[in-house]
Ligand binder design. Structure first.
Ligand SMILES: *[C@@H]1O[C@H](CO)[C@@H](O)[C@H](O)[C@H]1NC(C)=O
Ligand SMILES: *[C@@H]1O[C@H](CO)[C@@H](O)[C@H](O)[C@H]1NC(C)=O
Ligand SMILES: *[C@@H]1O[C@H](CO)[C@@H](O)[C@H](O)[C@H]1NC(C)=O
Ligand SMILES: *[C@@H]1O[C@H](CO)[C@@H](O)[C@H](O)[C@H]1NC(C)=O
Ligand SMILES: *[C@@H]1O[C@H](CO)[C@@H](O)[C@H](O)[C@H]1NC(C)=O
Ligand SMILES: *[C@@H]1O[C@H](CO)[C@@H](O)[C@H](O)[C@H]1NC(C)=O
Ligand SMILES: *[C@@H]1O[C@H](CO)[C@@H](O)[C@H](O)[C@H]1NC(C)=O
Ligand SMILES: *[C@@H]1O[C@H](CO)[C@@H](O)[C@H](O)[C@H]1NC(C)=O
Ligand SMILES: *[C@@H]1O[C@H](CO)[C@@H](O)[C@H](O)[C@H]1NC(C)=O
Ligand SMILES: *[C@@H]1O[C@H](CO)[C@@H](O)[C@H](O)[C@H]1NC(C)=O
Ligand SMILES: *[C@@H]1O[C@H](CO)[C@@H](O)[C@H](O)[C@H]1NC(C)=O
Length: 786
């Protein structure tokens, strides 16, 4: 062989080897200094470390960037405030075991300052998380890490916040400009005063408050759940920190505080960085509406600032000029700390600045209310943790600052008001005043979540399969006409309920998505919340919040569990279902007719508050919705209104009928479709009707309810009977029902209810799945109504 050629080959091989060696290198050790031009690459080649010049600058910095992202994206800079002017920089491990950057004169310009006990025993390694760690070579103990000294970027698994043992506080600071990674003016981190919060500062001015941790997210950053990151928060004697875990390790994502003072979460998608979320936005500037008011960004025609209940603008003039910065003061003549005080609930808000709030994690919401009421300086309270059934008490003493509303997120804030204001709000809500110390002010968006762009999350089928153990029978919660429901557990330990729709729906993917998006905008505290959807091939699924306490039927029809539902609770449930249904009926853009309201479709949350499930299914699976004659009846035996079952005719009044049945079931603890009685009327409503006319209705009331509520209970029975009257036109609307439940005025005398079960269906009961002995309560029965 030609010796020259052989030499060439050898050197090529050698250089290839050297090259390979170079790129696979992820460590710097004492005898291997690292020069400008060298690159350190993490094991899976996710991140690289080297010298770089940002933007149009020619200065040299040591930094870490994504190795496989085409657009250079620096996530950390070592010598951000001490650039090199030429390519003479050398990064090495010095005799004390620290990582040090020296210039052409071998002068150190940047170094780590870990204290290393024995010299010549450390090495630096770039990990696949983007973390540069300095570790002892024998024990592998990490003595310094770049994650502890972040610049403007927080990567998954990096912590932000305070290490209480060492006093190290990690927070982001912006770059000075795109060309200069030097320490800029904006900072973002955890401020541990009072109840710890995330804050964005410009110099010493707070710009935006990410807020306090609510158990699953930050109060000021209500990002919907995602399937790629999961935030967490730790507050104990060692640390007060937050971190974002990565659910899908393939996703490249970072949180960055940019030069303009915006906090953004970006993900790499289709060869570009896409903003998943950013703040501050409208109504986010700290204290935009001054003290004791809230900011509502959703109606462009309205001034966004509103005084809290019981407060009025500090300056009416400023307010008229749409300058809210002065905030609000207590209304003249308000008498606080007298008897008959109470609270007005502001729903779905970012709770006020907690740096001066008090917290007691061992109190329940009810105890919190009492504590607050007892202390005259207490102005508001809220639950500190929304995940554990509202355990934890946050209370404020003084001005309430930086509140805003959210369209479909946020917490409930209870604002202390005097008796006069309380009465006003109670009346507005149609509440019986003696019943509750808490009146409810829904935030203005309650009835309209439509104008915002939807970011209803899409769940990849693989995630759903993993969460439900491939739809295992063990995870099956129930089976209905529209499909089966499974329990699922996402990687971040969040529980979900997955409704896997049957495949018969003729709808296209876009139609389906549109409908789901529309339905998902229906947000009400008495409706089950939709978290996302999944479409893949034939599969169509809806992902809901998971409610551990199952549905109402597990309680009211169960001999032992029914005692948990004492009368006040049952009344609350009745009112809650009524409000939820009213919301569906009255939402002007949609007017959803539920068509399958029944005990098994009323789920209960931790506090046994009712949430209606399965609303809007007719739209979602593409069955026409307007009052109509359809060839297919969707409904459940025992609940169908006569016009519905016989003629396929449905309207809001058929829902009212179902509500009436449900109400009577709640009061009697008996199932309408499984109740047989010797007598002229063989079903529940017939029997109730007979007794009621003889003034003996209390005989059929669930005996666990006690006698002392006889008046209220018999009033409710009368309302139930009004709802199940045979002719739809005679039945009240849901808004009337809510009024009737809320006040004590006299009620009309009901006309005879429909006895449809007896007259129409006895001969056909085999074609109907019957409820008497089976557990098909989650069933939506489908029959042909020919
Ligand atoms: C670099 O300079 C060019 C031309 O002056 C300018 O258009 C560009 O925006 C600059 N880039 C940065 C990152 O400053
Ligand atoms: C080192 O660099 C500085 C400017 O960056 C230059 O003035 C100086 O002459 C250089 N010294 C040596 C020894 O190269
Ligand atoms: C080194 O320690 C000093 C004081 O303890 C601290 O101010 C500085 O930020 C540290 N620098 C690095 C790079 O860790
Ligand atoms: C440090 O360790 C390297 C090998 O890892 C060795 O070559 C060198 O002599 C050691 N230096 C000291 C001062 O011990
Ligand atoms: C929290 O409340 C409980 C019950 O009232 C009380 O015993 C406890 O001392 C409170 N803890 C704090 C930190 O205030
Ligand atoms: C009321 O709360 C304030 C503020 O936390 C506290 O200083 C005061 O002692 C409390 N008063 C009573 C009577 O508990
Ligand atoms: C779902 O995940 C799989 C595997 O992780 C991936 O191949 C597929 O492209 C994803 N589908 C969608 C629609 O994102
Ligand atoms: C899930 O189950 C189906 C059939 O029940 C099977 O075809 C499929 O391969 C399973 N998928 C996984 C990921 O186990
Ligand atoms: C409701 O569910 C929670 C959480 O699973 C449980 O702790 C609680 O006991 C349940 N309540 C009732 C009344 O079953
Ligand atoms: C009570 O309800 C009735 C029936 O709907 C209604 O007509 C009346 O106005 C209500 N009264 C009050 C005080 O709200
Ligand atoms: C209908 O159901 C009742 C009660 O279970 C039963 O007695 C009757 O025989 C059934 N009728 C038919 C036609 O199956």
């Amino acid at each position: 062989m030609n010796p020259a050629k052989e030499l060439l080959n050898t050197s090529l091989l050698l250089s290839l080897l050297v090259f390979r060696f170079c790129i696979s290198l992820d460590t710097i050790s004492p005898n291997k200094p690292f020069k400008d031009g060298d690159i350190l690459v993490s094991k899976e080649e996710t991140f690289a470390l080297g010298f770089f010049s940002p933007g149009n600058s020619s200065r040299r910095y040591v930094g870490i960037w994504y190795n496989k992202v085409s657009e250079q994206t620096v996530v950390w800079v070592a010598n951000r405030d001490k650039p090199l002017n030429d390519a003479s920089g050398v990064l090495s491990i010095n005799s004390h075991g620290n990582l040090v950057l020296t210039n052409n004169l071998s002068t150190p310009i940047w170094s780590t300052n870990a204290s290393v006990s024995s010299t010549n025993n450390s090495m630096a390694q770039l990990l696949d998380s983007g973390n540069l760690v300095l570790a002892l070579r024998d024990s592998q103990r990490v003595i310094w890490q770049s994650f502890d000294y972040p610049t403007n970027t927080m990567l998954p698994f990096a912590k932000l916040g305070l290490d209480r043992r060492t006093g190290l506080n990690r927070y982001l600071t912006s770059w000075k400009s795109k060309d200069d990674p030097g320490t800029g003016y904006c900072s973002y981190g955890i401020y541990p005063n009072g109840y710890p919060q995330l804050f964005l500062y410009e110099g010493r001015t707070p710009l935006w408050r990410g807020g306090s941790w609510t158990g699953r997210r930050w109060s000021g950053a209500p990002v919907r759940i995602t399937n790629f990151v999961s935030p967490s928060f730790v507050d104990n004697q060692d640390e007060v920190t937050t971190m974002s875990g990565l659910i899908n390790p393939k996703v490249l994502t970072r949180l960055v505080l940019d030069e303009s003072g915006a906090v953004e979460r970006l993900t790499w998608n289709n060869n570009k960085w896409v903003t998943f979320w950013s703040a501050p936005k409208d109504c986010d500037m700290y204290g935009e509406c001054g003290p004791n008011s809230y900011c509502d960004p959703y109606d462009p025609n309205k001034f966004q600032c509103t005084c809290l209940p019981g407060f009025e603008p500090m300056s009416t003039h400023d307010w008229n000029m749409r300058d809210g910065s002065g905030g609000c003061v207590r209304r003249q003549g308000a008498s606080t700390c007298r008897s008959k005080e109470g609270f007005v609930k502001l729903a779905r808000v970012k709770v006020p600045d907690t740096s001066i709030a008090r917290v007691n994690m061992s109190l329940s919401l009810k105890e919190c209310e009492q504590e607050c009421l007892r202390n005259c300086s207490c102005t508001a309270y809220s639950s500190a943790d929304e995940t554990r059934g509202g355990i934890g008490c946050l209370s404020w003493h003084g001005d309430l600052v930086d509140i805003r509303t959210f369209a479909n997120a946020g917490q409930d804030l209870y604002i202390r008001v005097d008796a006069v204001v309380l009465a006003q709000y109670a009346k507005k809500n149609g509440l019986m005043q003696s019943k509750s110390m808490v009146a409810i002010l829904e935030s203005p968006r309650e009835l309209d979540g439509s104008t915002r762009n939807s970011d209803l999350p899409f769940f990849n089928l693989s995630i759903i399969i993993a969460a439900t153990d491939n739809f295992s029978d063990a995870n099956k919660l129930g089976q209905g006409g529209f499909g089966s429901v499974y329990k699922g557990l996402l990687d971040n330990q969040k529980e979900i309920a997955v409704k896997r729709l049957s495949k018969y729906s003729g709808q296209g993917i876009e139609e389906f998505k549109n409908e789901v998006t529309i339905i998902a905008k229906l947000q009400h505290r008495n409706l089950v919340r939709i978290l996302g959807y999944c479409i893949q091939g034939e599969e169509k699924m809806l992902i809901y919040e998971y409610l551990p306490n199952k549905s109402l039927n597990f309680f009211i029809f169960d001999e032992t569990k029914r005692s948990l539902l004492y009368w006040e609770k049952r009344f609350e449930i009745i009112c809650g279902v009524a409000r939820g249904l009213l919301y569906l009926h009255q939402d002007s853009r949609l007017r959803i007719i539920h068509r399958d309201l029944k005990a098994s479709n009323v789920l209960l949350d931790n506090a046994l508050n009712p949430k209606i499930a399965d609303f809007g299914m007719a739209r979602i699976v593409g069955v026409d919705q307007i009052e109509a004659n359809t060839n297919r009846v969707v409904g459940t035996y025992g609940y169908m209104s006569p016009e519905y079952a016989m003629h396929g005719l449905f309207s809001v009044k058929s829902d009212v009928y179902n509500f009436g049945i449900l109400l009577l079931e709640i009061i009697t603890g008996k199932k309408n479709n499984a109740y047989y009685h010797e007598g002229p009327s063989s079903n529940l409503i017939g029997h109730v009707w007979d007794l009621w006319r003889e003034d003996k209705a209390m005989e059929i009331v669930d005996s666990s309810l006690g006698d002392q509520y006889a008046n209220e209970i018999s009033r409710c029975i009368q309302i139930g009977l009004l709802c199940v009257q045979e002719y739809a036109t005679n039945r009240p609307t849901m808004s009337t029902v809510v009024l009737m439940l809320g006040n004590d005025t006299s009620l009309p005398y009901p006309k005879q209810p429909a006895f449809i079960l007896k007259s129409t269906y006895n001969s056909r009961n085999r074609s109907i799945s019957e409820g008497a002995n089976s557990v098909n309560e989650v069933t939506i029965t489908m029959i042909d109504a020919r």
